[in-house]
Design a protein around this ligand. Sequence first.
Ligand SMILES: [Zn+2]
Length: 313
Amino acid sequence: MSYIFGVDVGGTSVKIGLFTGEGELLEKWSIPTNTDNDGVSILPDIAASIEEKITEKGLSYSDILGVGLGLPGPVDEKGVIRRAVNLHWHDTFNVEERLMSCFKEDIRVKAGNDANVAALGEAWMGAGKGYKNIVMVTLGTGIGGGVIINGKMVTGTTGAAGEIGHTYTGTDTEEPCNCGNRGCLEQFASATGIVRLLKKEMEKNPDEKTEMNERPINAKEMWEAVKNKDPLATRVAGQFGQYLGTGLSVVAGVLNPEIIIIGGGVSMSGDVIMPFITENYKKHVFHASADTKFVRATLGNDGGIYGAAALLI
Ligand SMILES: [Zn+2]
């Protein structure tokens, strides 16, 4: 029997999954992310938690194919990470070697950017199973993107391939994006982007009757209002779809994927979001990419640990 540990490192918690080599999730748990002192203890904490599980389960190191790591920052093919702001990591270093050195015995470690890794997870065991050319966008607080070509994760030169959220929309914003630029896709089509669009639309139409006057102002509530055919919320959904659908038509113009997977918190609002994206996608995309399939991610919050484990396959 062989085993893999898949680790999804976030700014507040680290999710860890124990998988069989065939991709069956046997157990999952999480530990807090300790970002004190520039996050120096994050990797030793992960190693300690995994070693504890190895002992508890009576596994031998030789049965473990390795540890996969999904990280919130750009990671290149050699395992070098360039800053992960959420983890308070400011340096450029080889995260695979650093984690390996935390274990008592030899163990293989592979690392990737969390959005790229999520795409790999969906390709392995989720909505992308059976497809070779996949684009995935993760719509959360920001927008992450992952690209799989010929079944392989594309990392790019500095680990920044698939950064769809930081492509320019053509619309300048007053406030800068987290990346420092202005007018990035994630400023319009992430959960926070939707709130921005919503507030603007409500300010512009102060007298309009809308469910949003009674609801908390967030993306989830806006999609609930769209389900009820609220006109203002539906207009905002249209703006969201225009930015995201157009952005994805550009991505498809370059990559011509078989399937585009929509994941992240926003995708959990259900199929209501899809027509807004596909309508605008079809309007702008090159004809030979018009039939690209759009689906929602199926692994939910476990996508990160699945993808991290898939790095070892
Ligand atoms: Zn940006």
